[in-house]
Ligand binder design. Sequence first.
Ligand SMILES: Cc1cc2nc3c(=O)[nH]c(=O)nc-3n(C[C@H](O)[C@H](O)[C@H](O)COP(=O)(O)OP(=O)(O)OC[C@H]3O[C@@H](n4cnc5c(N)ncnc54)[C@H](O)[C@@H]3O)c2cc1C
Length: 505
Amino acid sequence: MNNKEYDVIVIGAGNAGLVAALTLQKKGKKVLLLEKGRVVGGLSSSFIRGRFEFDTSLHPICEFGSKENSGVIYDLFSRLEIVDKLSVEALPEAFAVYSLDHKKKYVMPVGKDAFILKMEEYVPDSTKSMEEFFSLCEEIESALSYIRENKGHFDMEVLLKKYPYFMAIASYSVKKVLKKINMPLKAQEILCSYWSYLGSPVSKLSFVQYASTIYSCITRGPVIFKKGSHAISLLLSEEFIKNGGTLRCLTGVKEILVKDNEVTGVVTDSNEKFLTKHILANLSPNVVYGNLILDNVVPNKAKSLTNSRSFGARGVSVYIGLNKTKEELGLENMTYFIYHSLNSDKEFKRMHGVFSGNLTAILKNSSIDSSCLVLSSLIFGGAFDKLVTKENYFAMKEKFAESLVSSFEEATGVNIRDAIEEIEVATPVTFARYTGHPEGVIYGYMATSYDNLIPRILNEENEIFIKGLHFCGSFASWLSSSSATYINGEQEALKTLEEMENEKV
Ligand SMILES: Cc1cc2nc3c(=O)[nH]c(=O)nc-3n(C[C@H](O)[C@H](O)[C@H](O)COP(=O)(O)OP(=O)(O)OC[C@H]3O[C@@H](n4cnc5c(N)ncnc54)[C@H](O)[C@@H]3O)c2cc1C
């Protein structure tokens, strides 16, 4: 194999690309990781303004846990040998949610029993349905772990026999299942506060996806990585290089070479050619089939499937450096969900407009006298493009900042604007520029009732249209949360490995 030839080429060093590259490198493969940006991480990156370093997508991880009560991400990072190098901060609560319209705040604790008790306090007679919810979650956690262990090649009979409830509800939405177990509406709304982290309202969100995230959040507690999610990206890339992998930043791929419906290599923006039979693309199929492969060799089925999916959420984030700590400001929580109402379908509709005022917030102290606050709001559909033009772009950025800061102040009753030292606004235009994702989408494809986590995993084999070409990341089968992209990166790497093993026989 010459120095321009690799066992696997990974395009894009986002969460999934980094995990995939490291997994394959650790299995002894010769891997080239190509990233068009200056640094690794994609959406999990960071930038500096004044004395503040902001994480672009700072958020809690629910599936981490601890050594004693490890979640799927803890186990994955252990396998990748980075877990001991990460310092984490456990959040004191599972979540805090505010309703602007009803001027109400609900703070939900970590721990199953404490959570059920608190819910009973907020919503009398909710305990029975909450217990039923947790028992479904336990089955889902075991079933997903069985699916992961079998890299998608699971035995349907085993699933049906061992996990009958899981199979019965595999394609159901959150709304459908919670209604079926007679959970009082208010309890459903509080329980589903996390919906915007996963990018779909309860009528579209897969119950399996939501249940596995929120169950881990409640039973293990969410954590924040002290040095931010970008620190994970850096650790993964360092470990990859340490294991002999080749990482090239500022090296975009402009073409994927295909011959007789098999990948043969890539060409970079600077016209360098690298050869391989296996490519993992940490990008959207829209970009891969639309821009990177010659149109006449893209199978029609690939085009049809890609066109049949619609994009998930886009986002606006306001990154604020405050010259006071959270305690000095009088802010109690580290994470906040702020919505007009807790009805996710109603709020999802509102978020098809641009200034919805709905947001998630993360606040953490950054020194003894300062803190970083990140306010993020999702936008669905095309409203952003209708309203924002080249001419009004900067004025609109200011309006976004004003709208999100006002919502945060209204919900918490705390004045933050007087403590603002630095402020930066990222819009779908910013995210498109940095990642190359169409429309600046930050949550992959929209999940729908028939095109959701489990149907996508079950169908993965049918979605390989060009031999040797796999997708990983937020546009792939495990959907789009941060944890999902790490998991998916490993899963796709293991499948590629299997494919290589099969070629030997
Ligand atoms: C503001 C914000 C808030 C978020 N909040 C949450 C949250 O609360 N909870 C949660 O779970 N998730 C959240 N996310 C989403 C989460 O960060 C993403 O799902 C995850 O980081 C995406 O990882 P990925 O593997 O899909 O790769 P991406 O981050 O999409 O990276 C893809 C990489 O490919 C590179 N690339 C593109 N084209 C090429 C090319 N031609 N050649 C070479 N390289 C290329 C890009 O430069 C990029 O580095 C948030 C994201 C943002 C931006």
